[in-house]
Design a protein. Structure first.
Lengths: 372, 251
């Protein structure tokens, strides 16, 4: 019989890792609360959820056990910061940073050896790690290096599936100056014909362009919201958006588009019928993952089992490896070498790129059918 | 029926401004809660073994009576009569839950009910009212919230020491009391009183009118439950366990 959350919590067992996250939609938040209420109680009405959730202090929601193909296991907790899904905008920044700090304090108090910051948690903190509480023996990683690794692998896989030659491609990165966007630029720039970078901050764009140009890459930059879309045949959307609101405008027919945002970047209204869209930055655990209570399919809402965002997987992979170090910190330090190192760690424990999918379902199956 | 200090009145003002009528009900609820607390501490004194503990409990009871009197005085300043009803259905159930702990001579359970559950509710909601209440009314609520917080801190040390002896036994006890007491409190804190009149408000339910004085039932419930979770955190109960408890409360 599965151990109860109460007995797990009371055992005083060391936590190898903690994952800090938040729900990207009210539907997802409702599902989490429904699991906690249990099957014997009716789910809470939506209006009650919206009234109650903002008052819940950050805390562990469940215990997570992850296995490695080496036979080792790591034990951790998922801590929700309970940032309301409709309060991710800049107007709530101060409040949200306070929530992430409280979640971090919770992880420290729980004795987690390494903490991965998921979704907006890392965006809020990535440029400013000194905003975290005093850490004692707990280290923090944004998890962005493994996210970049899976985005890059996803692009390569999609190109292979679509019969595209990466070297003849024009790559557009939206949100290029963020930690994930700039990491993708450094990893993919040497392998494409042309790089287009888009972000709001022109000064940061210029700095990144100069860095890439010093390595002989042809780079163009723009702060305009829709510039370059029609010129790119590979697009990575890695902007920090509070909700799916990105409209790429007119894009090249058959362009490969990777939506790597959490919440998703692309607007549901984005009309791109000819684009090959997939959700990027996701990995899959192949040696088992267990939630107590059972949150399978609730905390990881993907069409494949044991799929998790790269940012969270990074903490789990480092815990399995016994490398309790702040692997990803700050903004703009993700290099191809560090990405390769993280990939090696993840693969050592059977953590690989997840099967590609988008809002309509699996991408690979669709392509297989198309080819057949 | 137990005797309550002579502040009981069934008279309700009928010619009040809309906001005065709201404050009258807010004060009535607070005053009733304070009188229940005073009765609880008086009962607690009966099961204390040590004279110092007896004196402590009676001092607390006096303090709560003083709070009730302070709320009544605030009402008078506004020209309001502040009725109370310790036999109102929810308050009566809370009192009965406390008395079951007394009958079991379970001092720790009494502290959990009064200091962790009821005072969390009082501290958080008074502090919120203290922010928006006009003039001395707001100041009184804020001052009493601060005093009640002091009570919690005092009890916390005793309860932490008790939990350290046997965490599982302690947590199981808190859970049993949570089911009894917090279920009633959660019913009191619902956004609308769907199951009939609370028997404290002088007319119809005050909750829908609270936005007129910059309050809301949802917010008062939110701050109260947040305070409760934070108090349980301080005691050392696992957050993932108390989150499940919270999520199962009635709404």
């Amino acid at each position: 019989m599965a151990e109860s959350v109460a007995s797990l919590a009371r055992r005083g067992r060391e936590l190898d890792f903690a994952l800090i996250g938040h729900q990207e939609s009210w539907r997802a938040a409702a599902d989490v609360l429904a699991v906690l209420r249990g099957p014997q109680l009716a789910p809470l009405p939506d209006d009650e959820i919206k009234d109650i959730l903002p008052w819940i202090p950050p805390r562990a929601v469940c215990h997570v056990e992850v296995g490695s193909m080496t036979g080792t296991k790591a034990h951790g907790v998922y801590i929700d910061s309970f940032i309301p899904p409709d309060r991710l905008e800049a107007a709530y920044m101060h409040d949200n940073i306070a929530r992430v700090r409280a979640a971090a304090a919770y992880a420290i108090k729980a004795g987690a050896k390494i903490v991965s910051l998921g979704g907006f948690s890392s965006i809020l903190i990535e440029g400013n790690f000194d905003q975290l509480p005093e850490r004692q023996d707990t280290v923090f990683t944004t998890g962005n290096t493994l996210t970049v690794a899976f985005i890059v692998q996803g692009i390569q896989k999609m190109c292979a599936l679509e019969g595209r030659n990466l070297r003849r491609s024009t790559l557009l990165i939206v949100g290029a100056t963020g930690d994930v966007g700039s990491g993708c630029a450094r990893c993919l720039a040497p392998y494409v014909k042309r790089v287009l970078l888009r972000a709001r901050n022109l000064e940061r764009l210029r700095r990144l362009a100069a860095e890439l140009e010093a390595d002989g890459v042809q780079v163009e930059i723009a702060a305009d919201r829709q510039q370059f879309s029609a010129e790119a045949d590979i697009v990575i959307c890695a902007a920090s958006l509070a909700s799916g609101s990105l409209l790429l405008g007119r894009i090249a027919p058959g362009a490969i588009v990777c939506d790597a945002g959490y919440p998703k970047n692309l607007s549901p209204n984005a009309q791109m019928p000819e684009a090959r869209i997939f959700f990027g930055g996701l990995g899959q655990i192949t040696s088992g993952m267990r939630f107590t209570p059972d949150f399978h399919g609730v905390l990881n809402r993907h069409p494949f089992p044991d799929v998790v965002h790269g940012c969270l997987l990074e903490g789990m992979a480092l815990a399995l490896e016994g490398r309790y170090e702040p692997f990803s910190q700050g903004r703009g330090f993700i290099t191809p070498e560090r990405v390769e190192e993280m990939e090696t760690i993840a693969e050592h424990h059977g953590i690989y790129l997840a099967p590609l999918y988008n809002a309509d379902g699996p991408v690979e199956d669709v392509l297989d059918l198309f080819v057949a | 029926m137990e005797t309550v200090i002579a502040l009981n009145s069934a008279t309700a003002c009928t010619s009040l401004s809309p906001s005065a009528a709201i404050w009258q009900d807010v004060l009535s609820q607070a005053m009733t809660g304070e009188l229940i607390a005073a009765m609880n501490y008086t009962s607690l004194a009966e099961i204390c073994d040590h004279p110092d503990e007896v004196a402590d409990a009676l001092e607390h009871a006096d303090g709560e009576r003083w709070h009730a009197a302070a709320f009544a005085a605030e009402g008078r300043k506004m020209g309001l009569d502040v009725p109370n009803n310790v036999n109102a259905k929810h308050w009566k159930r809370l009192r009965e839950a406390f008395m079951r702990c007394i009958e079991a001579r379970d001092f720790i359970a009494c502290l959990i009910v009064q200091e962790i559950m009821l005072e969390s509710f009082a501290v958080a909601s008074y502090a919120r009212v203290g922010k928006v209440g006009p003039g001395s009314l707001g100041k009184t609520f804020a001052a009493i919230a601060a005093e009640e917080e002091g009570h919690i801190d005092h009890a916390m040390e005793i309860l932490k020491a008790e939990r350290a002896l046997d965490p599982q036994r302690f947590d199981d006890k808190v859970y049993r009391l949570h089911l009894d007491v917090m279920t009633t409190l959660a019913e009191m804190l619902t956004k609308e009183c769907r199951n009939g009149h609370c028997e404290v408000c002088h007319g119809s339910c005050v909750k829908p009118s609270l936005p007129a004085v910059s309050l809301s039932a949802a917010e008062l419930r939110g701050v109260s439950l947040q305070q409760y979770l934070k108090t349980l955190d301080k005691l050392g109960l696992p957050g993932e366990v108390t989150l499940t408890w919270l999520s199962q409360l009635p709404v």
